[in-house]
Each structure stands twice: as C-alpha cells, then as structure tokens.
Design a protein around this ligand. Structure first.
Ligand SMILES: [Ca+2]
Length: 368
C-alpha cells in the first residue's frame, strides 16, 4: 500500500498545485541554469522532466544546461530530452578537459532513438564559458543554479577570467548575477555521496569559493520509508542502507495509511482497518496518542506544522483531528463513497479529498 499512497499523494499534490496556479497570483519564473552528469543514474532524466514541467507551468525559465560528465552520449541525450519536451534550443555546454567518466546504460539509447541536433560532446561549448555568457546577459541577482551531478563545471566557472562576455572574473560574475545554488549533493550529518566524491577536488574548490548561499539537498532526504502491512505492522526502513530499522506493533488489522510527522522524521501517524489512528515516537517505538475514527481509515494527511490531521475511509466522511490534544474538530460529509486519498494544499488552508465516487472535494481547514 505504500506505493499506492505515494502515487495518490503525488497525483493530488500535482492536481492541487495546478488548480492553485490557475487561480493564484503568478510569481515570476525562476531563471535556472541546470548542471547534470546524466550518465550513471537515470534520476537525472527525472530531474530534467520535472524542470521542463515547471517551465511549462511558468514557474521556471531554463536559461542553459551543462553536462559535467565525459561520456560522449551525455550531450546528445540531454539535447534529445530537451527536444522531446519542446525546448530544442536550450543552450547546452559540456565539461572540457578532465572530468568524470563511467558507463551509461541509457544515454546512448536515448540519443539513438529520439531526435536532436547535437551529435557529440565536441559540438557543445565549454559549460563554464556558456555559463559566463548567459550570466552576463542576466539582471543582477537573478539566476539560480541547480546541480545534480559532480561539481567540475562550477569549479571551472570560478576559475574563469574576464572575456568577451564580461570583464569580470568568475567569482565576481557569480557574486553579482547569481541568487542561489541548489546542490543535490552530500550526505548529512556525515557520509560519502557520489556527486561530491567523483571529482572531490572540484567539489571542495567550488563549495569553498562559491560567493552566494548554497542549499544542499542531501542524499539522506527521502531515505526513510514507512510501510503499513495487512498483518497490522508498521515498518520503518532506511533505504540508504537497505535496513529495516523498526517494526511497530499496535494495530489489530491492515494498516492502510501512514504519514511522517515533523522533519526528522521523528514521529509518525498510522491508521487502517481497525479504525484507530496511532501517533508514534519513532525513537522509542512507543504509541504516544490514539484517536478513534470509528471506521476503517484509508487515507491520512497532516498539516506541515503537524497541528492538524485529516483522516477518511469507508464512509467517505473526512474527519479533522487536532494533533495538539487529539480532539475531533470536525466531520466533513459530502462524498457518496469511500475516500481513498487526502492532501493538504501547499498554503495549509485546504484539504482535498479524492473518493471512489469519482469526485475531488476541496474543504477549508478550521482556523487556517
Ligand atoms: Ca546525477
């Protein structure tokens, strides 16, 4: 049921975000330079797809992309993806000189099977030079770098001197034009992570010398996974090490909905066929609160501040719970069949319920 939960949540989140984007104030698009190795792991392809989706929604403007890997198929692969997503003209640079090389199981096949212009890495300019040109054309403080590979191009950019694009050296050009660097790299609080290790000297130089704030998206994010079983158990896994960390026993039948609480994650909320919602302290494995829904629960949602929970299931009634004291705040009735998915909107003011009656209902949350 974990996979189904995640799919529901993602689908709802996307649907809600689309609705809000259609009715809310449009924020200016974030101007992005995207740096990828797009060689070993296929998650870079997912990152490219998400970035194009954000551009489709007007939330991002893709100024340029750079490849930090030496495999000859990486540039054609990235060009093919951009062409597929309707942006064939995004300028692509590539690392020149030394760089990281390993086997790629998909880049050649993507390049072979989908149309593109750039036939080899030799056709693409030096990423550091391309970044200089693009930065020079942008307003001050307007650019966000996103990296999902090793940091060779970042080190190379910082080593550049003034040129035809700008009289400024690399560090000063970056300081002036860049707002933020978001780096998928590192493992916190400690540990080895590929993007910082594959070209360690470049990573050390780039991170030490970069003149703007850097946000690190560490490898540990998302590594903890909760599952609910038909046997009434809740299991906490660490995907980073492939370990089962805890087996939590408390439900008497199928656990159909699980949610983390807090950032750690340090707590969890679980519910299922026995009609009980349990709050867990994950450090001790103890139940710290129990709420009685009174019917099988198939979906849970928790507000970002962990102040409210929404639970729903077989009858279609959505129940709002106050997590501060476990009190039942509201019963929301409107669905004509069971509720299978719940998601709280990004602004925390509404909950959206998805039902087997084929409708989505949007409810205002109390006190929000
Ligand atoms: Ca990567």
């Amino acid at each position: 049921m974990t996979a189904a939960l995640h799919t529901d949540a993602l689908w709802l989140t996307l649907a809600v975000a689309c609705c809000l984007a259609a009715t809310g104030e449009a924020a200016p698009a974030v101007r992005v330079i995207f740096d990828t190795d797009i060689m070993g792991d296929v998650d870079d392809v997912g990152a490219v797809a998400v970035l194009h989706a954000l551009a489709d929604r007007g939330e991002a403007e893709i100024l340029a992309m750079g490849v930090s890997a030496k495999h000859p198929a990486c540039v054609p692969c990235l060009d093919a993806l951009n062409t597929y997503f309707g942006r064939a003209d995004i300028p692509i640079g590539v690392v020149k000189g030394k760089g990281f090389l390993k086997r790629s199981r998909y880049s050649q096949q993507v390049a072979d099977e989908f149309p593109h212009d750039l036939t080899s890495a030799a056709d693409a300019p030096d990423a550091a030079s391309l970044y200089r040109k693009v930065l020079a054309s942008q307003p001050d403080g307007g650019v966000v770098f996103i990296s999902v590979g090793q940091l060779t191009n970042f080190r190379n950019l910082l080593r550049t001197q003034g040129d035809a694009a700008s009289p400024l050296g690399g560090p000063e050009l970056v300081r002036r034009k860049v707002k933020l660097w978001v780096c998928m790299g590192g493992r916190f609080p400690k540990g080895r992570e590929a993007n910082l290790v594959h070209d360690g000297p470049a990573a050390a130089h780039a991170i030490a010398q970069w003149p703007t704030p850097i946000v690190f998206s560490g490898w540990e994010i998302g590594a903890r996974v909760l599952t609910g079983g038909r046997d009434g158990t809740v299991r906490l896994f660490d995907l980073a090490g492939g370990e089962l960390l805890e087996t939590l026993m408390g439900h008497s039948s199928w656990v159909q909905a699980v949610r983390f609480l807090g950032d750690g994650p340090t707590e969890a909320l679980t519910a299922g066929s026995d009609g009980r919602i349990l709050r867990w302290d994950l450090a001790s494995g103890a139940v710290t609160a129990e709420m009685e829904q009174g019917e099988a629960v198939r979906a849970l949602a928790v507000s970002a501040d962990a102040g409210l929970a929404c639970a729903a299931g077989s009858s279609g009634t959505v129940v709002i719970w106050d997590l501060a004291d476990g009190s039942r705040l509201q019963d929301l009735t409107g669905h004509r069949a069971s509720v299978t998915g719940l998601a709280i909107t990004g602004d925390g003011r509404h909950v959206v319920s998805a039902s087997a009656d084929t409708s989505l209902l949007v409810w205002a949350l109390p006190g929000r």
